[in-house]
Design a protein around this ligand. Structure first.
Ligand SMILES: *Cc1c(COP(=O)(O)O)cnc(C)c1O
Length: 815
């Protein structure tokens, strides 16, 4: 795999075994044979991490440094991916085999780092992979959360949240860098100083926090480049914590300061519900922004101080790009200005221009109510000096907004940073950015037309689209080993470096022997998943069934509820019509709901209740089965995607910014059953209408329906008591109550709340589409052709493509 003249990290399996056994002894002072599987995994990961940190990469290049700021990096397990990137997977596999523990078993020991929620965090991780693969100087800047969101267990059908202590057994990939720690200041007072003409400000008192970085090496494919993901941890800046209290024996009080500070990096917040406005969250945001920028400027000054002298800071944007993933790093703009003005004596206007040349912003949400805001009072109290910059930028923005612009008052009300007692982080992000991008064609269109429309009218040149992508190496190369091997045997290994080469598979779409091997690979993946699900849940799945999969965070707009309604409809039809016999299908769900998101948690309970009823009913359970896989994570995602026949992407049109599981699944040869939403639109364009199943209202139709205000969901209930009405009745008539009771709140959502997410509206269109698709599965040859065609057209969705576009259009670097 490593075809260059790169030195191999292992000469052969024997060399690998020697090094591996030495590592075991140096870490545990025990021989390989004396260790358990986890310890063996740990030693192997340590060995590979060491090689990644020390990899001899192509000399330091002078290209721009990109800093990708993201509160989340959902990196997943690294070991198997790094073996692939080093090109030593086969050697290591053989060596492990000879030592007596299959590599797969060691790989399965690796914990999922609890560093992200879902799509947004996974995108950041895929971008890190692609930047390293393409040789870009790409630095990740994020938070090292001591605990992840939570570990999900299911009890009595309900989601139960347990502590996600992912660091419990150590994280062999990270290195603590004491010498690179920086101080971040919260609260206190702003003091004005004057010396003749010159005046300046300092922030006195308040709370000083030490941000300590932990670095994770990011190894690019082919090991030509190693970048760094830097994750910050909060600690007290000084050890003289409330010494008086300590000396007088009040240890609890003395330690409180310490735990208050450490709380900043203690826990990852959910990104999607109910957690808005937590001060600790604002502290997290400022900590990683300030620590990251201080480090960037220190490094830049060291490198370019001599070359540019007085003009040093004006050139920052030539050598540094700061990319902000969503609004969580929105303080990058004002914080960069604060450091330049207060500490580097740059004047205000220059500092603003430097910031704007350096910073770019990716928006991830179309729903205005979901845009991040902070009460001014909270903000000013926590970050008094930063707030002064925001206030001044806002004032100047208002001043420079042309008064002859049409609807001036409206434009101001939509675009100002400070409004209605709030700091609006999306507007802050836009005003400080030289580029604003959406994450799919449809999403970018909606930003321009509505969410950020007023900005778009003022500055159309700011806006661009960068359709998301995924690491095809991880999600096809690592996740689907049998299919990946089949592809390599057919078209070579070039696709791992260049995903567009997957298009060469088009030649094989209709090839009977390729199709046969494809089916074998799929069957193997389905067996692997069925075994995993059985061990995790006790639910038995028959791998000859269609595997119909919806795995993602639980959210009303993603409409897992619509999927459950379809299953209940099938259940009812089988029972009431003996001639009805749908294609035997296993419906697989996985995903977490935010702790405080009651509705989403009820949908999880509903799925488990339906599973209980369906799986236990011999009249139907040879035709339909339902499984809920607990604790969705990158590791389980990698088992699920390759086993999927039908990919459920059923958010209401105009709600999902892009989606990325849709891409991962189509790349693995699943057929999409989806709405015309997010990147589904682009999948449809690429594979053609015959190789995807689209249903439901389009964005324009949803908009028109909402604008007309004449949708009455309950009419649909009243008009159809046989199918839709019956399903809704079953929510509360005891049919599903055995596990943990009825589902009144879901019924209320559809009736009293008038079905905001259009579950009833899209129901028939969805069920009909599913019926047709499931029927099509019967023609194995046509199905396999379509499946392979999906893989062949999926190269576009490699994050390598996405990153090339960011590099070219936003960061202005060659890649
Ligand atoms: C890809 C991925 C997601 C995103 O899924 P969507 O369906 O696009 O929301 C979430 N979680 C994990 C673990 C993933 O790998």
């Amino acid at each position: 795999m490593n075809t260059d003249n790169k030195p191999q990290v292992f000469k052969d399996a024997t060399d690998f075994k020697t090094q591996f056994c030495e590592e075991c002894e140096s870490i545990f002072s025990k021989t390989y044979d004396e260790l358990n599987d986890f310890e063996r995994y740990y030693a192997l990961a340590s060995l590979i991490a060491g090689k990644a940190r020390n990899a001899k990469v192509d000399g330091e290049n002078d290209e721009k440094q990109v800093y990708y700021f993201s509160l989340e990096f959902l990196i997943g397990p690294l070991l198997d991916n790094y073996l692939l990137n080093f090109g030593v997977r086969d050697i290591v596999k053989a060596g492990c085999e000879q030592l007596g523990t299959p590599l797969e078993e060691l790989v399965a020991c690796e914990a999922d780092p609890g560093l992200g929620n879902g799509g947004l965090g996974r995108l950041a991780a895929c971008f890190m992979d692609s930047m390293a693969a393409l040789g870009i100087n790409g630095n990740g800047n994020g938070m090292r959360y001591r605990y992840g969101l939570f570990r999900q267990e299911i009890e009595g059908g309900r989601q139960v949240e347990m502590v996600d202590n992912w660091l419990e057994h150590g994280f062999p990939w990270e290195t603590r860098k004491n010498e690179s720690a920086v101080v971040v200041q919260f609260g206190g007072q702003v003091v004005r100083h004057q010396d003749g003409e010159r005046f300046w400000f300092t922030q006195e008192g308040g709370e000083k926090v030490k941000a300590v970085p932990y670095d994770v090496p990011i190894l690019g494919y082919g090991a030509k480049k190693v970048n760094t993901l830097r994750l910050w941890s909060a600690e007290p800046a000084t050890e003289d914590f409330d010494l008086d209290a300590f000396n007088s024996g009040d240890y609890a009080k003395a330690m409180k300061f310490r735990s208050d500070v450490e709380a900043i990096s203690q826990i990852l917040y959910p990104n999607d519900a109910g957690e808005h406005g937590r001060v600790l969250r604002l502290k997290q945001e400022y900590l990683f922004v300030s620590a990251g920028l201080q480090t960037i400027l220190r490094t830049y000054e060291k490198k370019f101080g001599k070359r540019y002298g007085e003009k040093l800071w004006e050139h920052l944007g030539d050598h540094v790009s700061v990319h902000t993933n969503d609004t969580h790093p929105a303080m990058c703009g004002p914080e960069l200005m604060r450091i330049l003005v207060d500490e580097k004596r740059v004047d205000f206007d220059t500092a603003f221009n430097v910031a704007r040349k350096t910073i770019s912003y990716t928006n991830h949400t179309v729903m205005p109510e979901a845009l991040e805001k902070w009460p001014i009072e909270v903000f000013r109290h926590l970050l008094p000096r930063l707030y002064m910059f925001i206030e001044e930028i806002d004032r100047r923005y208002r001043d420079t907004l042309p008064h002859d612009v049409e609807g001036w008052a409206n434009v101001l009300s939509k675009t100002a940073i400070l409004w209605d007692g709030q700091v609006r982080m999306a507007n802050l992000s836009v005003i400080f950015a030289h580029s604003v991008n959406g994450v799919s064609e449809l999403h970018t269109g909606i930003l321009k037309a509505s969410t950020l429309h007023e900005f778009y009218e003022l500055r159309p040149d700011l806006f661009n689209n960068k359709t998301n992508g995924i690491s095809h190496r991880r999600f096809l190369g690592n996740a689907n080993p049998k299919y990946a091997k089949l592809i390599c045997d057919a078209i070579g290994e070039g696709w791992l470096a260049d995903a567009n080469q997957l298009s060469q598979l088009e030649k094989y779409e209709d090839d009977p022997s390729f199709q046969e091997e494809f089916e074998k690979a799929r069957r193997w993946s389905k067996e692997r998943l069925a075994k995993y699900i059985f061990e995790a849940t006790g639910t038995q799945l028959d791998t000859s069934m269609v595997f119909d999969v919806q795995v993602k965070r639980f959210h009303a707009y993603k409409r897992q509820l619509l999927n459950v309604f379809k299953i209940l409809d099938l259940y009812n039809r089988i029972l009431s019509d003996s001639s009805f016999s749908p294609r035997p299908t296993a419906f697989i769900f996985s995903g977490k709901a935010a702790q405080s998101y009651t509705f989403a948690k009820e949908v999880i309970r509903l799925i488990n209740s339906v599973a209980e009823v369906v799986n236990g009913d011999p009249r139907v359970n040879d035709k339909i089965r339902v499984a809920f896989v607990p604790n969705f994570a990158v590791s389980s995602a990698q088992l699920i995607y390759p086993a999927t026949d039908i990919s459920e992407q059923i958010s209401w049109a105009g709600s999902e910014a892009s989606g990325t599981s849709n891409m991962k699944l189509m790349m693995n040869g699943a057929i999409t059953l989806g709405t015309y939403d997010g990147a589904n639109v682009e999948i449809c364009d690429l594979v053609g209408q015959d190789n995807i199943k689209i249903f439901g209202l389009r964005t324009e139709e949803v908009d028109a329906l909402r604008a007309a205000g004449n949708y009455w969901a309950w009419d649909l209930y009243n008009n159809d008591r046989i199918r839709l009405g019956r399903i809704i009745d079953e929510l509360t008539d005891g049919t599903l109550a055995h596990l943990s009771g009825n589902f009144e709140s879901i019924r209320d959502e559809l009736s009293i709340s008038n079905d905001h997410d259009l579950v009833l509206k899209d129901f028939y269109s969805y069920v009909d589409a599913w019926d047709e698709l499931a029927q099509a599965y019967g023609d194995r040859r046509a199905w396999n052709k379509a499946a392979i065609h999906n893989t062949a057209r999926s190269g576009y969705f490699s994050s390598d493509r996405t990153i090339r576009e960011y590099a070219r259009d936003i960061w202005h670097i060659d890649a």
